[in-house]
Design a protein around this ligand. Structure first.
Ligand code: NZQ
Ligand code: ZN
Length: 390
């Protein structure tokens, strides 16, 4: 196990009716004036926004509203939010909605005290040293942003999608009421399932040795999600299943499962180019990319993928030919994704082969031009993975 540092300051209020605690929690975490931030209107239609407003009013906390965060949230609204917070002397950002609204709120919170352009943090040109406090009421289980140290934003200029990771992105509190996810349609629910599984797999596929504890935690979480998936598709209003998925989505990405091991993140960075170019849902893009990434890198450490196949997908180990077992595991992953209505190929998401050079060029890479950790991929490798997705 590698040495690690983990800062997890988030207070979680989990369960029925917890949205009514929003005002109390803002107060507890020092907020005196709130930016109430949300997406395209699902929280207005469901009545959730009104409940949250009421709870702020009950605590005597004034607020300003800013809706309009779109899936794959854009920078223009972040700039608008930063200006609004500065003008009104707002000291707390409360986001209500899915990952896009919450990430947009996180970016606003980072940008308010910063003299430069908030986008500097997403380009790696500057490191945040401060940020407004923020919290969220989660309505879509997928991204794990309710506990994560990251935010992902798309810049309107050039439609570049980038993430920024910093402890300032950890919410002061997150309100998690599984009932708020009943209204998610099957497609959004499935995208969320793929995303949370991907967050676990980005950590699971590692070259770090002696990580049995986190291996087992990852495998257990994946198995619980795989069991819950058909149940939630069958009955979207099953509280216990929605609850299992909600907490699974949170622990998948709040750092607990990745400590002490090198994480990968190559598939995520490749996927961001699909959502940037085609505005496809992040989970749907991952459903196409990640199995192909696995096939491409498998030979580097075939036993790790065979272990994944045996422990997560109940495949029988073929000791004569571990690669056959590993391939069976990835086939089961793809069959699972398909069974919940997720895409497997470029054609399924309307992506075009002729765009591969552009997406390859735009994919984030480090100073050495490399991407990912399990295998340090060159642009040539990334292009090959895109081609496998066709
Ligand atoms: O905008 P509204 O009207 O609220 O509707 C949303 C949106 O259309 C709707 N929705 C949300 N909750 C609902 C609901 N509809 C009915 N009932 C509900 N309870 O769902 C649509 C999608 O919402 P969005 O927030 O875009 O989805 P998601 O939560 O999957 O967030 C995706 C974004 O998060 C980023 C992704 O790249 C993408 O930009 N990620 C953020 C991460 C992080 N911050 O740690 C990590 C992830 O890997 C990911 O990259
Ligand atoms: Zn993700």
């Amino acid at each position: 196990m590698n040495d690690f540092r983990l800062y997890q300051p988030t207070y979680y209020a989990f369960g029925k009716d917890t949205q009514h605690l929003a005002g109390e929690l803002v107060k507890r975490f020092g907020g005196t004036k709130v930016l109430l931030h949300y997406g395209g209107g699902s929280v207005v239609r469901s009545g959730l926004l009104d409940q949250v407003k009421k709870s702020l009013v009950n605590e005597g906390i004034p607020y300003h509203e800013l809706g309009g965060a779109v899936p794959n949230p854009r920078s223009d609204l972040v700039y608008e939010g930063i200006e609004l917070c500065r003008k009104e002397g707002i000291d707390f950002v409360l986001s209500v909605g899915g990952g896009s609204a919450i990430d947009s709120g996180k970016a606003i919170a980072l940008g308010v005290p910063y003299d430069g352009d908030f986008w500097d943090f997403f380009l790696g040109k500057a490191v945040p040293t401060d940020g407004l406090r923020h919290g969220c009421v989660l309505t879509l289980v997928a991204t794990g942003t309710e506990g994560s140290n990251s935010a992902v934003i798309m810049h309107n200029d050039g439609m570049v999608k980038r993430g920024a990771s910093t402890d300032f992105n950890r919410p002061a509190f997150s309100i998690l009421n599984p009932e708020l996810t009943y209204t998610l349609n099957p497609y959004q629910t499935a995208c969320g399932i793929v995303d949370m599984m991907a967050h676990i797999m980005e950590r699971y596929f590692t070259n770090t040795r002696d990580v049995d504890l986190t291996d087992r935690l990852c495998e257990g979480a994946l198995k619980a999600i795989i069991t819950a998936a058909p149940k939630v598709m069958e009955n979207p209003r099953d509280y216990e299943t929605r609850a299992t998925l909600m907490w699974a989505g949170t622990i998948a990405h709040n750092g607990s499962l990745g400590v002490g091991r090198q994480e990968d993140w190559g598939s995520h960075n490749i996927e961001h180019e699909l959502s940037a170019l085609y505005d496809v849902a992040h989970g749907a893009g991952l459903s196409v990319v990640m199995p192909n990434w696995i096939k491409y890198v498998m030979d580097t450490n075939v036993m790790r993928f065979a272990q994944f196949a045996v422990r997560v997908w109940n495949c029988e180990m073929n000791f004569e030919d571990p690669k056959a077992t590993a391939l069976e595991g990835v086939a089961k992953l793809q069959a699972f994704n398909k069974s919940i209505g997720m895409p497997l190929t470029f054609a399924d998401i309307g992506a075009r082969e002729e765009d591969i050079p552009l997406m390859t060029e735009k994919t984030r890479s480090d100073a050495k031009g490399l991407q990912g950790n399990f295998v340090r991929m060159t642009k040539k490798d990334i292009e090959a993975i895109f081609r496998m997705c066709v």
